[in-house]
Design a protein around this ligand. Structure first.
Ligand code: M6R
Length: 601
């Protein structure tokens, strides 16, 4: 949530900031802003809404002499998405940008107001710049910055520039991601490395509690023990930024990419007669008798699906928790439990904190993640990367597909170790895995059918996505996709549970998307759908088997393995959400109120 960039050097700063913010816009697009100090010149621009508004506003601005610059793209937490609440926030002669939440900002604000400070915004962030300026009255800038940071509780990645030190950026990180890039033309800061690729050749990922300054080309980092000796890592320059390549939206492109990225996820892991995971050292599973998975949103849904696979195939106890719930429930954790996190971004604050808690309790940890070097990857004992490539659409699609595939591989891997399934069964799982890329291919016929039929589903009083077993998490995911990009109310429900309450809602304006696989509990779900149809619900059935009570029917083809049916139905639900959202005229890739990476709790 929120993206920040910074730069110290002589190159044209506006372009550096705007390029970086473009890459970070997925983190929030309520407003954007930049501030530049060059000698005694201090300039800033802010605009509400997407980055293009800021680009327009700063069109004729140029900043190419030596100086410092910071930028921000906002996902609003405190205060509405207005220009006054947009970052950078200005004091008398300093600017600040921040990603995170300052939990004690009200207390600090009260104190500062009592001392005569006037606040312009409703944000928590503004306290940082006023604290800094208060301490600057009696201290050198770096000391003042240190004193300000010491007063903050909560999560922050923050950059501050001031006319008192026009060649310096002050930075601090605690709980929100930030890195420093080192390039020939200057020093860069960003929330994620995608913002500085092609500019910096080396990078240092700041740890929690680190702060410091970049002055010219000199960077000094400190923590509470003193000065930090840090080692830079090379930053590859070939991570090309994602382009739409002719698709209408990134989400659409990412749905189509699933059949190829799944191959990357399997590469070197799915062999002829076994699965291997080189990232896991032998002995890692010694003493492990249970698995707990923690995640949020779509990643939570892939975790739920995995729990069926872990118990069924690997015969290992598995429970799944929503990370934000797990954190505060005072969970009982025992060291024979492997703690698995799942995250596309690797930066989700609740998942990261849950992981830290589990580590403090002495649990071994493993993450399934899409972003190498992300905070969750760095914090975990073992990281299995999903290799989905950059996912730009806020609604997660290919990340979900690759997470689910990797969890399936992991379930078989553990089953091999525990010898809980026969060689024949492993062979049949592997054969099914190898079929997955074909199943994930979007055909023109399927896409046009969903496009045509989506017209019927633009109104009504809501959707139920129903499924059983593995298809219950898929129902949850289908409903989440639809609600986040169409703004229509949708719920995922276990089909067998409808009669315990929700069936009361059934009438012809209740749309039911029924996931009816042939390989798992077909007769059971069929009865559940019949019960709904008898009460006049409008049924969209997705199944290999034709279903006479369906108002609309999408016939699937691959009824040889539950996971193949899972992947095929997943694509159908993704396309359905996409087409409904496009018909409603929504911005599919940047749905209202959301951000791609949720780095606040
Ligand atoms: O990056 P993560 O996988 O940790 O993100 C978790 C959720 O924020 C994310 O899946 C969210 O629910 C997506 N918008 C779903 O499409």
């Amino acid at each position: 949530m929120c993206g920040i960039v910074g730069y110290v050097g002589s190159s044209e700063k506006k372009e550096i900031l705007l390029d970086g913010l473009k890459e970070l816009e997925y983190r929030g697009y309520d407003s954007a802003g930049i501030a530049v100090i060059e000698g005694s010149n201090l300039n800033s621009f802010k605009a509400v809404g997407k980055l293009e508004n800021l680009v327009e506003k700063a069109k004729s601005f140029k900043a190419d002499s030596f100086g410092v610059a910071i930028g921000h793209t906002r996902w609003a937490t405190h205060g509405k998405p207005t220009e006054l609440n947009a970052h950078p926030h200005l004091g008398k002669k300093s600017y600040v940008v921040h990603n995170g939440i300052i939990e004690n900002y009200q207390e600090l604000k009260k104190e500062l107001i009592a001392e005569g400070v006037t606040f312009l915004s409703q944000t928590d962030t503004e306290v940082i710049v006023h604290l800094f300026e208060k301490y600057s009255e009696s201290s050198e800038p770096f000391e003042a910055f240190q004193k300000a940071i010491e007063r903050l509780d909560g999560a922050y990645a923050t950059l501050l520039i001031t006319q008192d030190a026009p060649d310096t950026i002050f930075f601090a990180k605690h709980g929100s991601p930030m890195l420093i890039g080192f390039g020939e033309d200057g020093i860069y800061f960003a929330s994620s490395d995608t913002a500085i690729i092609g500019k910096a050749s080396e990078v240092y990922y700041l740890e929690d509690g680190e702060y410091g300054y970049a002055k010219g080309s000199d960077v000094a980092i400190f923590n509470k023990e003193g000065k930090v000796e840090f080692t830079k890592k090379p930053l590859s320059s070939d991570k090309v930024s994602a382009q739409k390549d002719g698709y209408r939206f990134f989400m659409e492109k990412e749905i189509y990419e699933q059949s190829t990225v799944i191959v990357d996820t399997m590469m070197g892991r799915v062999l002829d007669s076994e699965v291997v995971l080189d990232e896991i050292e032998s002995g890692f599973f010694d003493g492990i008798n249970a698995i707990k998975i923690c995640a949020c949103g779509t990643s939570y849904h892939s975790a739920l699906a995995a729990s069926y696979l872990f118990e069924r195939m690997a015969k290992i106890r598995c429970d799944v928790e929503i990370a934000s719930e797990f954190r505060y429930k005072e969970p009982l954790l025992s060291s024979d439990t492997l703690f698995i996190t799942i995250s596309q971004s690797g930066e989700t604050a609740d998942t990261l904190e849950a992981l830290k808690m589990a580590k403090r309790a002495g649990l071994k940890s493993l993450t399934i993640c899409n972003v190498d070097n992300s905070s969750i990857v760095r914090e975990s004992d073992v990281a299995l990367l999903t290799r989905a490539g950059i996912e730009k659409g806020v609604a997660s699609t290919k990340a979900f597909a690759t997470q689910t595939m990797l969890l399936w591989i992991l379930a078989i891997y553990i089953a091999q170790l525990r010898e809980s399934v026969s060689k024949e069964q492993i062979a049949s799982e592997i054969e099914a895995m190898r079929h997955s890329p074909t199943v994930l291919k979007v055909t023109d016929a399927l896409h046009s059918k969903i496009h045509r039929l989506s017209k019927r589903y633009l109104h009504g009083h809501g959707f139920f996505f129903i499924g059983r077993d593995l298809f219950y998490p898929l129902a949850l995911e289908g409903a989440l996709k639809l609600k986040e990009i169409s703004y229509l109310h949708a719920e995922g429900y276990p089909a067998g549970e409808m009669k315990h309450g929700p069936i009361a809602l059934a009438d012809s304006n209740l749309f039911t998307v029924a996931l009816m696989p042939k390989t798992l509990l077909y007769d059971k779900i069929k009865s559940n759908v019949e019960e709904l149809s008898a009460r006049d619900a409008t049924i969209l059935a997705i199944s290999p088997e034709s279903f006479e009570l369906a108002d609309d029917f999408i016939q699937t083809k691959y009824a040889s393995h539950p996971m193949l049916e899972f992947f095929e139905m997943m694509v159908v639900t993704q396309l359905l959400a996409l087409e409904i959202s496009i018909r409603l005229g929504n911005d599919v890739d940047m749905p209202r109120n959301l951000a791609k990476s949720v780095t606040v709790e």
